[in-house]
Design a protein around this ligand. Structure first.
Ligand code: E4P
Length: 214
């Protein structure tokens, strides 16, 4: 399973990447806005740290706008993956960009039928948003389970990125289902490391070491 970080916070990316477990990054306009930097600046900085795929999202909604934004992104950084929304124009753009060898991440996916349509474009990635589904009282992980099951029936090259992750258990559930990737906010990535019994166990071993004979 690949771990992406869902953030545009360069310091958090640098810190999380110290152990070389970060396989890629996803950003969106909200995350870039929170970083306090402009798109080009922050994407450039991230690209110097992470060599894996970096999903970047423009604001165009028409085919021409999205293609032109994508051309800029790939000009700025070599490892850009272009996010397109789950719309007819977005999927038309996805087919076009993939046919030119530019990888696409179809974002804002909330149902198995949307994911199936996205996969048929040859998109490299599809991103179901589990947290936002849970927020409206639906079961986000059930949608991921359906998508992974559908994809495994065929030979789609599309990888499933579990997005809008809100908890460690979302990551664990994604792994149990066999989703290819989870894109994880840095705070939740940090929580994955912790267990009170690990801390307690280390303390006990250190205390006992001090009590043992020299
Ligand atoms: C994914 O690519 C998105 O950036 C992200 O996961 C959205 O998550 P949110 O629902 O927490 O905004």
């Amino acid at each position: 399973m690949k771990f992406f970080l869902d953030t545009a916070d360069v310091d958090a990316i640098r810190k999380a990447n110290e152990l070389r477990m970060v396989d890629g990054i996803t950003t969106n306009p909200t995350l870039i806005m929170k970083s306090g930097k402009n798109h080009r600046e922050v994407i450039g900085e991230i690209s110097k740290i992470i060599k894996g795929p970096i999903s970047v999202e423009g604001v165009g909604l028409t085919f021409d706008e999205m293609v032109s934004e994508a051309e800029n992104f790939v000009d700025w950084i070599p490892n850009a993956v272009i996010k397109v929304p789950m719309t007819k124009e977005g999927l038309r753009t996805a087919s076009h960009l993939e046919s030119r060898g530019i990888p696409v991440n179809v974002t804002l996916v909330f149902s198995p039928s949307q994911a199936l349509l996205a996969a048929k474009t040859g998109a490299s990635y599809v991103s179901p948003f589990v947290g936002r589904l849970d927020d409206i009282g639906q079961n986000g992980m059930k949608v991921v389970d359906d998508i992974v099951r559908i994809f495994s029936n065929y030979k789609f090259k599309t990888e499933v990125i579990v997005a809008s992750v809100r908890s460690v258990s979302h990551v664990v559930e994604a792994a149990k289902i066999g989703a290819h990737i989870a894109t994880i906010p840095p705070k939740i990535y940090e929580e994955m490391w912790n267990h009170e019994l690990t801390d307690k166990g280390i303390k006990k071993f250190l205390d006992d070491y001090k009590k043992s004979k020299a």
